[in-house]
Write a protein that binds this ligand. Sequence first.
Ligand code: PEP
Length: 242
Amino acid sequence: MKSLIAGNWKMNGLAAAKSEIESLIAKFDGSAPDDRDVLICPPATLVASFAAEYSDEAIQFGGQDCHANTSGAHTGDLSAEMFADAGAAFVIVGHSERRADHGETDADVKAKAAAVLAAGLTPIICVGETEGERKAGKALEIVGNQLAGSIPDTSDTYVVAYEPVWAIGTGLTPTIEDIAEVHDFIRSKTRDDIRLLYGGSVKPANAQEILAVTNVNGALVGGASLKADDFHPIVMAAPSGS
Ligand code: PEP
């Protein structure tokens, strides 16, 4: 399976941040290697221009969220169809910051993921327990419930990102054994061809060890995706696949 290394820029990046994309392309010697998939999810304002300018260099672009409807009276929202129109290939749905800041439920995430598939794009469906839930020994139960509630009934391809909430932006990561346990558990609930990403404080220093774990098929990277100097070694730490 080909690894997918996805950068989530969150609410960071103005037009000038294209210099980081250009720096990444330069580090790739002009084009991303074809034995792994490289995805950047910049702010929505930048998706169309980046996709138009850089898709030839084998970097894909995606959205960070979308509305479940195709169009309508939803001021400020963007549909999956709009991301497809802008040249996106993926849309992240159910990120813990969306679940926390906007009260998104598993049912909301499922509807959004279905909308992404209907638009011909691939959803990256995020799940993960809070610190309290892990300490209470409930990580697998929480992740299992989120998977059951958030993944649409589909034969299409989607991606699951396991992102423990307490590891996001904190510098903390689960042990390799804990990552393996959750990924094996998610694999037992998903098809074999579904890529399972780990996310939460992935850095150049820990990427190789995490990406070598069985059933870890890539990474969703926040802070370390903003700078090509950090993101490039993470991309290159992924095992070669086809
Ligand atoms: C994320 O927000 O998806 C994420 C993984 O963030 P970070 O890498 O900064 O922990």
